[in-house]
Design a binder for this molecule. Structure first.
Ligand code: FES
Length: 608
């Protein structure tokens, strides 16, 4: 709905506690106003009104009456207290909004470290030091011929120059007094740096929720700095499907999502350079990984087809583009290399993970999972690599769970229940305001072990912590008196069902890969869990609720951000770059949704 007319006065929307203000035209929703103001408001369903994640409180001012979506999300008391969904409420004048911490997309705990293994150091970009003789009236060779001749003397023939560098080269050579360190990439001169200067590279893992970036010295292979940030596209939809829908519904949607992402990456590069006392124009190569949709949105490729059966990528092979083509500010001639994708929902980040964990050349039977809104799984056994993708949904990000939230301050991340006592651990030791993914797994496992829940996911009405609720019976985890927002934190049957669907999808994927390879779960010698969520989960709880097979605990390995580590490996090793391509050629992709055993295995996997 757009109520604006050419002379409509703009409205002033203040967002607290972030202290941001938006001037908007009448007719926009509070969520759209937050997006305009750059306020990271969680919007898991992309503003469709069903996820309840964009909850805010109207501190002052008038807004449109509650919609039917809001009546189904909020209790009568909450509506009286002026709680509203930002995606539904339309300001009718100047408005002040309070955003609860669970609705803010930042700050959130990020996971950027990962387990590293040594790789052959042979970066694609090589330094060549030159001392050039300056031009004179008797030596009128152009700058490029001068460089070609000097390189030929060192055995480098037929080098090329690209326009982005040429726009900068003449000035640089003269500023550097003809003494330079060139960056040579595959026969092309891509940068002219000060003599002896550091050649730097950037490795990036673009997650649907989080971004991780690493600054790497391409002359030594050392990681100089790392940083993480939230993916700013969250403001346009929490998961891949919502973002694809955004590009479908907005003419410039693809460009907006790309621009927001690149803007944040540019800020991250600035932060890395500050940490390492480095200059942006020393960054001569970037390697980027992400799931297929993030990969496509970063490169500006269409994603609509990823939302439609049979969900094929626009591009699956590896390719390089100029950083400047997408306005990523690095050295003028720098390239960005994107690893290959496997399928519409198994992307370059999974390739990087398989690479980084070395399971592709393991002679043992290994399963590697990267849990997210989409969970990718690879089974390595007998020289085969079998991969699949399961729609595990955003429940582990706290979405669709009534008191769920992402891993930010005040989120319950670990739960133990002994007798009558509930022991909680929250992020930053703040009073609890919701439950994040690792806590959700623990709660379900603990509820099951104290008999508050049966194997089908039904709450047991005779358990002392189970009480009648509105509209469903609920398990009281934290009473209002002990929470940070003064409301009870509970779990009901619907929440449990969401977890059953998520963990059932993952377990089904594992079982189908094992069945395809013809091996029982007990033969899995190593079970690798990658990714931010996987880093923090309590493996015992995941096994107890049946998300993972019941293996001895020492076979599980939580390896952190393996995708980011894989991107770094590709940055410093041409051999690893080639290995990533070979991995994709070797992987046998198994489509779960059309697998004949999917339904039966999925129904079994729902049991707790
Ligand atoms: S309910 Fe508002 S974004 Fe989902």
């Amino acid at each position: 709905m757009n109520l604006s007319t050419p002379d409509s006065p703009s409205l002033q929307i203040d967002f607290e506690p972030v202290g941001r203000r938006a001037e908007v035209q009448p007719g926009v929703t509070l969520l759209e106003a937050a997006q305009q103001a750059g306020v990271g408001l969680v919007s898991l369903c992309g503003g469709e009104g069903w996820c309840g994640s964009c909850r805010v409180r109207i501190a002052s001012g008038d807004v449109s009456p509650p919609t039917s979506a809001e009546h189904s999300v909020f209790s009568g008391a909450e509506l009286v207290e002026d709680y509203r969904l930002a995606c539904q409420a339309i300001p009718l004048g100047d408005v002040k909004i309070d955003i609860p911490s669970e609705s803010l997309s930042t700050p959130q705990r990020l996971q950027i470290e990962g387990h590293e293994i040594p790789v052959k150091f042979d970066p694609l970009v090589q330094p060549v030091d030159l001392q050039l003789t300056p031009p004179t009236l008797h030596d009128l060779r152009s700058d490029t011929v001068r460089i070609r001749d000097a390189l030929a003397e060192q055995g480098y023939d037929a080098v090329r120059f690209g326009l982005p560098l040429l726009g900068d080269l003449a000035g640089r050579l003269r500023t550097l007094d003809w003494s330079t360190r060139l960056a040579l990439r595959d026969g092309e001169v891509i940068a002219a740096l000060p003599a002896g200067g550091r050649l730097l590279g950037l490795a990036v893992d673009i997650g649907t929720t989080k971004l991780a970036a690493y600054l790497v010295d391409l002359t030594t292979g050392a990681t100089l700095a790392m940083t993480g940030a939230m993916n700013p596209q969250i403001a346009y939809g929490e998961d891949v499907v919502s973002r694809i829908a955004y590009t479908r519904e907005h003419l410039d949607g693809r460009r907006v999502l790309q621009a927001r992402l690149v803007e944040t990456l540019n800020e991250m590069v600035g932060e890395l350079c500050t940490q390492a006392a480095a200059k942006r124009d020393s960054l001569v190569e970037a390697v980027v990984v992400g799931n297929t949709a993030m990969h496509h949105l970063f490169a500006g490729l269409p994603v609509e087809q990823l939302g439609l059966s049979p969900y094929v990528p626009a591009v699956s092979e590896a390719f390089a583009l100029r950083a400047g083509e997408i306005e990523l500010v690095l050295a003028p001639g720098a390239y960005v290399y994107l690893l290959p994708n496997i399928a519409g929902y198994v992307g370059a980040d999974h390739v990087a993970m398989v690479l980084a964990t070395d399971i592709w050349q393991s002679d043992r039977t290994v399963i590697a999972v990267d849990i997210g809104t989409n969970t990718e799984i690879t089974l390595a056994t007998n020289g085969r690599l079998l991969s699949c993708s399961c729609a595990s949904g955003p429940a582990f990000e706290g979405a669709h769970i009534r008191h769920g939230m992402r891993a930010a301050a005040g989120a319950i991340e670990r739960v133990q229940i002994t007798g009558d006592e509930v022991h909680l651990f929250t992020i930053d030791n703040r009073p609890p305001v919701g439950i994040c993914g690792s806590g959700i797994l623990d709660v379900v496992a603990e509820m099951r072990s104290i008999g508050a829940l049966n194997e089908r996911g039904a709450l047991q009405a005779d358990h002392p912590r189970v009480r009648p609720g509105q509209p469903l019976a609920e398990f009281l985890l934290v009473p209002a008196s002990a929470t940070g927002h003064g409301r009870d934190i509970t779990m009901n049957r619907k929440d449990i069902n969401e977890i059953q669907l998520a963990k059932g999808a993952i377990r089904t994927g594992i079982e189908i890969l094992l069945a395809t390879a013809g091996i029982p779960a007990g033969q899995v010698e190593s079970f690798v869990i990658a990714g931010a969520f996987g880093t923090y989960i309590h493996v015992g709880s995941a096994v107890q609720i049946g998300m993972f097979p019941n293996l001895p605990i020492q076979r599980f390995h939580q390896v952190g951000n393996a995708a980011g580590i894989g991107a770094k490996q590709v940055l410093i090793s041409a051999e690893r770059r080639q290995a990533a391509i070979e991995i994709v050629e070797r992987i046998e992709y198994i489509e779960l949704t059309t697998h004949p055993d999917f339904q039966e295995l999925f129904l079994q996997a729902l049991y707790l």
